[in-house]
Design a protein around this ligand. Sequence first.
Ligand SMILES: *[C@@H]1O[C@H](CO)[C@@H](O)[C@H](O)[C@H]1NC(C)=O
Ligand SMILES: *[C@@H]1O[C@H](CO)[C@@H](O)[C@H](O)[C@H]1NC(C)=O
Length: 626
Amino acid sequence: MGRDFYLHLLLACLSIAQWNSSALARNSTGSQVSSRSRHGMGIKGQVLHRSKRGWVWNQFFVIEEYTGPDPVLVGRLHTDLDSGGGKIRYILSGEGAGTIFVIDEKTGNIHATKTLDREERAQYTLMAQAVDRITNKPLEAPSQFIVKVQDINDNPPVFLNGPHHATVPEMSNVGTSVIQVTATDADDPSYGNSARLVYSILEGQPYFSVEPQTGIIRTALPNMDREAREEYLVVIQAKDMGGHMGGLSGTTKVTITLTDVNDNPPKFPQSVYQMSLSEAAKVGTVVGQLKARDPDVGENGMVTYSIIDGDGKDLFEITTDSQSQEGIVKLKKLGMDYETKKSYSLKVEAANVFFDTRFVSRGPFKDTTTVKISVEDADEPPIFSQSVYFMKVNESAPAGTPVGQVHAMDHDLGRSPIRYSIEQQSYMDRFFIINAQSGVIKTTEPLDRELTAWQNISVIATEVNNHIHTSRAQVAIKIRDINDNAPELAEPYEADMCENANAGKLIQTIKGVDKDESANGPRFTFTMAPNQNFTLIQNSGHTADIKVRRGAMNRRKQEVYLLPVVISDGGSPLLSSTGTLTVRVCSCRADGSVQSCNTEPLTLPAGLSTGALIAILTCIIILLGK
Ligand SMILES: *[C@@H]1O[C@H](CO)[C@@H](O)[C@H](O)[C@H]1NC(C)=O
Ligand SMILES: *[C@@H]1O[C@H](CO)[C@@H](O)[C@H](O)[C@H]1NC(C)=O
């Protein structure tokens, strides 16, 4: 700084009340606090209520939001060179110069022409200069200074995020922090109390409180119970000016929900539950439901059921329906019988699945109740003494032969009489008849084992008192064999032999068959009338060999031999029949192969075949043999 140059600063008053034009006029010409340097430009000003702050040489102050009729005088530039003759011109440049701030170039008075808003712009940097009015030569070096916009409390506290939602567990200790709400105030926090906020609670007492300085909301009552009331509306106010009268305020709403803790045990509303079930119920049948009340929610209200005692604990089971939280009693196994036990009881326990150890001292988180199940009589169908009956009857037994007896009974209290019948399934059913009262089964005609060895029928028992109730049983009837079939040769054998065959040459092996069972069947004995030309040798099986007894037969002498063979079985009574083996004598080659046989061995009457002839001969032989 060069030579003496004073900037006379008129400080803005703090109180709006002082901002009337008369006060301004008085101030602009009134007391000036001088603090000059020996050389260079000086700033003269007055400090009213700002004694705490250090003097800043190059600051002007102007209060925001001034809306008086005249422009506000911000301050005055002055240089000692100014003798008042109007030789000096003051110039203002920089931020807002000429628009917001105008200077009287003769007096150096600076006025603000507009209403200023600190929250919009807090300060302006300007440049002051004093020049010779005629030569325009600078008399001083330019000097920079600042116009500060001084805060007034023109902004209320504002809660930015809201309304708020917060939760806190029920039964929380007093003073448990729930949520912090914060308001902001656009006014100058570094000056005055315009931005000094104090929080208070307008709604929500006595349940909650707020910390005045921090805005932290805390619980204020012990044992707040969610099951009694779940939701609270809290209104918090923030007030500036340190909460004092005249301050501006803003509010916010906080909805506080108590969250559940497991502070309630499950409880059965009834000490006894009555249920009933038919004795005929199937395994898995639901007997009934019961539910223990637990006002807690979610996991805390989850209950499991179990049967802990009772004479029915082996017959019944209880499961937990996770949806409805009900205990479902079901039949676990068969064994109920109305006729022997008419009721059962169960001791059922409902217990919380999850615990809150803080509340264990309140007692066990479970409850018990009694379930009484009465057994209902079921009208059950009759029951056969056996599900399958095995019976036997001789084949060929005369009609009306008893085969066996079935028996069924109604086990119900009524003891209905039973009627029996044969189920009509197939043609076999007509071979038997059942006595409707006694259950005795008889044949209706002689049976042939060789036709059907088993006659399996189904019998029905019906309750006379209730025809719907019927039961069935199988009756397997074996037809016993008797020796009613004679053995026979398996076929009408015809054999060729060479006329030059040696003695002992096998001509034919013959086989017998018998329709009866082995006891009355194959143990055949073959016999042949003594014959000088052929022999019969009995084999161990069902066969016999026919061999040549005497060698060198002459076919010119006799070409065909008919050999009657008697075949008998080992049954009782012994049965037998006679079959015939036809042997033709043929001429053979040297190697033993047949060369020629007479196809028509005998001169027969026209129209009579070999088979017919054989049949006739056989008859004759049989007649002779008898
Ligand atoms: C009849 O029952 C018996 C014994 O159960 C069985 O062996 C036989 O095969 C059955 N017969 C028929 C035709 O069902
Ligand atoms: C045996 O064969 C001779 C002739 O070859 C015959 O005369 C005789 O009657 C035969 N005997 C029998 C029992 O057929």
